[in-house]
Design a protein around this ligand. Sequence first.
Ligand code: SPV
Ligand code: MN
Length: 625
Amino acid sequence: MKDENLEYLEANLEPEHHKKMAELGQSDMNRFVAETMKLCKPATVFIATDSAEDREYVKAKALELGEEFELATAGHTYHFDGIKDQGRDKENTRYLLPPNVHLGEHINFMPRDEGLAEVLGILDGLMAGKEMIVRFYCLGPRSSVFSQLCCQITDSFYVAHSEDLLYRPGYEEFKSAGDGVEHFRFLHSAGRLENGVCADIDKRRMFIDLVDNIVYSTNTQYGGNTMGLKKLAMRLGIQKGLKEGWLTEHMFIVGVPGRNGRKTYMTGAYPSMCGKTSTAMIQGQSIIGDDIAYLKKIGGDVRAVNVECGVFGIIQDVNPEDDPDIYAALTSPNEIIFSNVLVSDGKPYWLGMGSELPGKGLNFSGEWTSGKTDANGKAIDPSHKNARFTLKLDSLKNYDENIENPEGVPVKAMIFGGRDTDTSVPVEQSFDWVHGVITKGASLESETTAATLGAEGVREFNPMSNLDFLAASLDTYLQKYLEFAAVLSKPPKIFGVNYFLTDSEGRYLNSMLDKKVWMLWIEERVHEEVGTLTTPTGMIPLYKDLMRLFKDALGMEYSEAQYKEQFSVRVPQQLAKIERIEAIYRQEWGIPEVLFTTLDEQRKRLLEARAEFGDLVTPLMLAQR
Ligand code: SPV
Ligand code: MN
């Protein structure tokens, strides 16, 4: 059959690029590429296959065009996003919804017709004078039940290069799939650049069209806004998973070592900058992924894959003591992109790297010297708090051998953690799947950080740390989540963690290293090798087990006084949290009743404990009950 789009491509592409499209054999892709060319009007078009040559071209172009610059160490490059383009822009990230679709109060949306008109208007001619890159990827391992094919169009070689590090190639997958294969599409343009950064931030848009499985992103460079396969694909993945009975989650996947050489796989969901990557990188563990997981039920287990094969990680506080494996990778020759760090004498520097930073250099604000202030008179940090590194997982030495397993890995524990200075204990097991989904996942709150634009330190509701990415109403998401593993005879055990508890003076009660102990305790709980103490909110570790684990894993003494301070139930704070969470869900339609009964039961247990012991219920009080 005649394909008019392919004819258009033949007339308007260089022959080698037309050939690549023709050989792909995907009429939807021909249409997507032809329509985008007509709309965005690029000067030239580069169709990338999976070949090493095409990958090299992208890398070389990023350097040639000044989107990246070389550092002294072989393979290392750096990139800057503009001073106003340093995080995910939640305000301008919107779902485009048809008139009959309502996803509730927590979803930022606009009418689809209006949104499409606006973003297509912005995209009109936006690639003028630039090269348009067309790239094919596969989310999840290739040739697996988890594989999700994607096509990214962008005019940013930095974005294309980053995605080449973060995602598995997909040209050959598309080619062998046969015409009409289901896929996600992403269209990005950084728009007009000035000094290499986006000049028209007021026209920054991330618009998600759930009807056509396409996401548009304009006038931004920051990874979370631009790399379609990252947070933008997550939204399409959530929608697809909920329809088909599986989950797309904001989760790391790790293998935790246990007794007799065994390894136990776990996932963990934490909002940005709450220790997710560093938990995934704890010494002695192996890493499958640090950000996004697809979870499916296979053969009686929940199994998970990392949709990515690289890390776009926060660099602040990566130092030889706290994150030795990442630090080693960041200081060895390897393909790495450093974004928004301080650069001086060909070397990257970042806050918390464990050594002195130079007093001047280049950073996201341009030439930087210590004491430089922004337009509001606020001191500009040498490296941004949300500065990042991008690398392939296989450049880390703790890379898990199962990352490409087409069946994923069995998930035995799911962990939820937020930035919480005053309420939850450092680690706690939920009573069962439903209690865990509701009181740990659906009740997750976190104090805001620099990973998204806006004020920091404000407590925000963030169910499953997925709120920013939900492509469904909360009631549907929760209902499907509850159903997901309820049918399994042994669903994953659910845990809550909190690394950010402080004392009355605001000092952290735990060190960065303590999370290793919590992970090892969870591993032993999965195999039911250690006991617990039941509290009104869950099951906490026994002192003797923590004392042993602190000694064995960290060579540290852990005192009973520390245990008491960290693991006491703070009843007024826990009750206030229930009030907040309940009020949020009361505003929504159709929330499963079990959410309210579960919260209510928890409140009753807390009130009973308070009547018996007062506001602060120590583990000892509960043990002697
Ligand atoms: C996050 O903010 O959750 C990240 C980085 O993982 S971003 O790509 O910006 O989403
Ligand atoms: Mn993330």
